[in-house]
Design a protein around this ligand. Structure first.
Ligand code: MCN
Ligand code: MOS
Length: 764
């Protein structure tokens, strides 16, 4: 991998080097503050929390896809050594059905385990064995005897069969577009899995009518609601603790049924319980990205103006929940096309309810559209980049709104330049080196700006240090680091001296680390809070009886050098530690945030507990943008595909931390390589079992698969998009990568692969 220093100079934000930005505020390429505790193992992940006298729970999963449990015997398991309880539908341990997100709740799946004998998918969580040790529970789980009465199962979503349900439909202006050149193709993506390093594992501890759950969470406020619903208790009686998350990639916004089992079992037994899904169990204990299929029809004039797009797409969902991996999210937005008709349907089958996975919707949507654009470029014999420029959207045609900012042309230009795109010979199979066919492909990507208010708190400690608190998560993204940088800017201290606390329902209200919005939401909240703290400190310095600055108007004071100084006479000063010792302690905690001042506490709760309450800028259409350029090498004899180079130019607005933004972008791009070339859940057509349910068979890229990656920042602060001027980063990097790779493989081989992943059997 290339050196982390090759991110572009930050022209967007003035100060970038330590010399320019000694406090390492926003815009500085500061190294992650949580890096050391993670590398040294000091950081405790959820299931590493060791309560006193814990029990261990092991989940039992079904081995058929459809039907009912006709007989179950837990006798042998219950008699095994160390076993404390075996919970199945045979006991009457109640779990309430949680409210789905669509209905204002926090449940991504409404399945409630162990309430009946019905089986709706293979690998369904149907029991929990609880023992004194993990090994005892694992062994006892193998002793549970289960027989099934199976019924016919729908294993794959297809064109035929199930009654589809349209979830989105749009006709921008379907006039009778006359197109000289038409193409119509189907693009598919398989079932994919998030695969975070940290498995889904929790510790649930019931105590005195309340429950505390150490649960890796992208959204503690949501986890709190769902667990309260399962247990039938007040939301306030649930505490979620999640300071570190070992990756989620969309799989950890909400807890899944193993957490319901852990929570009710802890209450029933009145002891803390640890439950960890095994890696194979994570494939069906929660859902990954749904398989998708889209038929795209593009019509264009000979000179390369796209005149119409018609799209019909579907994705699979479970029999009980409506989850849509909406393939039309990008279709009407990327280009200036007047006539667009899209319809996305969901098709219920016998699977676990699918879930979010990095850029749900945008990701398969961009795969279809951006490969189709490449196909159109070849049909018209126009350079693929040139075709995109000829269809440049000067506004959002879908919403008929101006862009808040769209530096995609700059991205095309700078990306192409860095890649050397003008050296490309259009004809497939025309570039080679020895046995290797060389393919150059490109594609665009985008991700929308989502927004939600948030709260924060800042405390000045007796030692004169600042502590920033916020309920948001850091799932490996850098939230800890950028919040210290945000506060440092205002408080004038080095960001490394600021402690940030995150991931706890006891901390100030914050919404989800999802939809690539948390950075924008919480930097704005901390910025506001830090300004209130600054004003408070200036006031204290000028008013406290024993302050050396007493009587100096606050307007002549400033925060500098770890204290308050006179703007004219820097020797007139009081240190923060000194102020802390002089001031009443309640004056040293300041709350702030971005909720409207008059909004009630309960309204605020409702907002952070609801995934549908996010807002978008009203007068503008706000998005991040990207242009990907990829070189692949295909061995002509063996058909092996290697990615040789990747260049991406990206517009995420202002970067709060260019080093972390780059790390996020390349993380997304690497995931895109996996999606393009490797990732595919292989399902047994006989019984719906996920065959490759482990990291040896479900392939994700390793170091050796990843080439040189160049990222070029073309963003500029966009204050129409967000308060702090930044746009989404976390999910942007993956969108469009699979299309760019597929297009490169076509250029190398002449073989168009429309079904991911692009494995060698598809190009021979
Ligand atoms: N950032 C920045 N400038 C901006 C915006 C963001 O420098 N204008 C940087 C910051 O370091 C910030 C990070 O990028 O912490 C991500 O910010 P943002 O785009 O707001 O995304 P979220 O904080 O909401 O994080 C969630 C997002 C999502 S939705 C998925 S999926 C995903 C992703 O982040 N999952 C991840 N990146 C991940 N990275 C890791 N390591 N692990 C995951 O599970
Ligand atoms: Mo990300 S898939 O929105 O958690």
């Amino acid at each position: 991998m290339s050196d982390v220093n090759d991110y572009a100079p930050q022209d967007a934000v003035k100060a970038n080097s330590a010399a320019d930005n000694p406090i390492e505020g926003l815009g500085a390429a500061r190294t992650r503050g949580d890096g050391k505790v993670k590398v040294t193992g000091e950081a405790r992940y959820a299931v590493e929390h060791q309560p006193e006298n814990p029990l261990y729970g092991v989940v039992i999963q079904s081995t058929v896809a459809s039907g009912r449990i006709s007989r179950m015997s837990t006798d042998k398991a219950q008699q095994a050594s160390g076993v404390v309880a075996v919970y199945t539908h045979l006991n009457s341990l109640k779990i309430n059905k949680p409210t789905a997100i669509a209905d204002g709740g926090a449940a991504q799946s409404t399945y409630t385990p162990i309430q009946d004998d019905v089986i709706i998918h293979n690998g369904q969580n149907i029991g929990l064995v609880v023992a004194e040790t993990f090994e005892q529970a694992t062994y006892a789980a193998s002793l549970v005897e289960i027989e099934y009465e199976t019924s016919p199962a729908l294993i794959f979503a297809t064109d035929e069969g199930v009654e589809p349900k349209p979830v989105s439909k749009q006709d921008i202006n379907m006039g009778d577009a006359q197109a000289e050149v038409r193409l119509s193709q189907r693009y598919t993506t398989p079932r994919e899995y998030n695969m975070p390093m940290e498995p889904h594992a929790c510790v649930a501890q019931w105590q005195d009518g309340r429950i505390t759950v150490w649960e890796p969470s992208q959204w503690v406020a949501g986890a709190q609601v769902e667990i309260a619903e399962w247990l039938g208790i007040e939301v306030e009686d649930v505490r979620i603790i999640s300071p570190y998350v070992g990756g989620g990639f969309g799989s950890k916004p909400v807890p899944y049924t193993h957490v319901a089992l852990a929570s009710v079992a802890s209450r029933a037994l009145n002891r803390p319980i640890k439950v960890s899904l095994t890696r194979p169990q994570t494939f069906t204990g929660l859902g990954g990205r749904a398989a998708t299929s889209q038929q795209l029809e593009l019509g264009a004039s000979r000179d390369g103006k796209i005149q119409a797009i018609i799209q019909r797409s579907f994705s699979e969902t479970s029999l009980i929940d409506e989850f849509a991996e909406n393939c039309s999210k990008v279709t009407a937005r990327m280009y200036a096309v007047e006539n667009v008709s899209t319809q996305h349907q969901i098709r219920p089958i016998n699977t676990v309810t699918p879930g979010w996975m990095r850029a749900p919707g945008e990701n398969p949507s961009a795969f279809g559209l951006e490969v189709a654009m490449d196909e159109m470029a070849y049909a018209l014999n126009i350079d693929p980049l040139e075709l995109r420029l000829r269809n440049w959207a000067d506004k959002d045609y879908q919403l008929d709104l101006p862009w808040s900012s769209r530096r995609l042309k700059e991205a095309y230009q700078k990306g192409a330049e860095a890649f050397g795109w003008d050296q490309r010979i259009m004809t497939p199979r025309s570039m080679r080196e020895g046995r290797e066919l060389i393919g150059w492909g490109m594609a665009s990507g985008t991700y929308p700006v989502n927004k939600l208010p948030a709260e924060a708190k800042i405390i000045l400690t007796p030692q004169g240090k600042f502590v920033v608190q916020c309920g948001g998560a850091d799932i490996g993204t850098g939230t800890y680091t950028i919040l210290a940088q945000t506060a440092a800017d205002i408080l004038g201290v080095a960001s490394g001296t600021i402690e940030v606390q995150l991931g706890d329902t006891e901390l100030p209200r914050t919404g989800v680390a999802g939809g690539s919005q948390l950075a924008g939401n919480v930097t704005a909240a901390v910025d506001d809070t830090a300004k209130r703290m600054r004003d408070q400190l200036l006031k204290l310095a000028s008013e406290l009886a024993q302050s050396p600055l007493k009587g100096t108007p606050a307007s002549q004071l400033t925060l500098k050098g770890d204290g308050v100084q006179h703007t004219q006479h820097s020797n007139l000063a009081v240190s923060f530690a000194q102020l802390a010792s002089l001031a009443p302690s309640e004056s040293l905690t300041v709350k702030g945030g971005t909720f409207p001042d008059d909004m009630s506490e309960s309204e605020r709760d409702k907002m952070v507990r609801n995934l549908n309450d996010g807002t978008r800028p009203e007068k503008f259409s706000a998005h991040s943008w990207s242009a990907h350029f990829v070189e692949v090498r295909v061995d002509e004899d063996f058909g092996t595909i290697r990615v040789k180079r990747m260049v991406a130019a990206l517009d995420s607005g202002r970067l709060y931390n260019p080093k972390l933004a780059r790390s996020q972008w390349i993380g997304g791009m690497i995931m895109g390589v996996g999606q393009a070339l490797m990732e595919e859940g292989i399902i047994d057509p006989r019984n719906g079992r996920v065959i490759n349910n482990n990291l040896a068979d479900y392939l994700v890229p390793v170091n050796g698969d990843i080439p040189d990656i160049t990222t070029i920042n073309v963003g500029e602060p966009d204050f129409e998009a967000t308060t702090m001027g930044g746009k989404p980063v976390g999910e942007l990097g993956i969108v469009g990568v699979a299309a760019a790779i597929s297009n490169a493989v076509f250029h190398a081989t002449g073989k168009r692969v429309r079904d991911l992943p692009i494995t060698l059997d598809k190009i021979i």
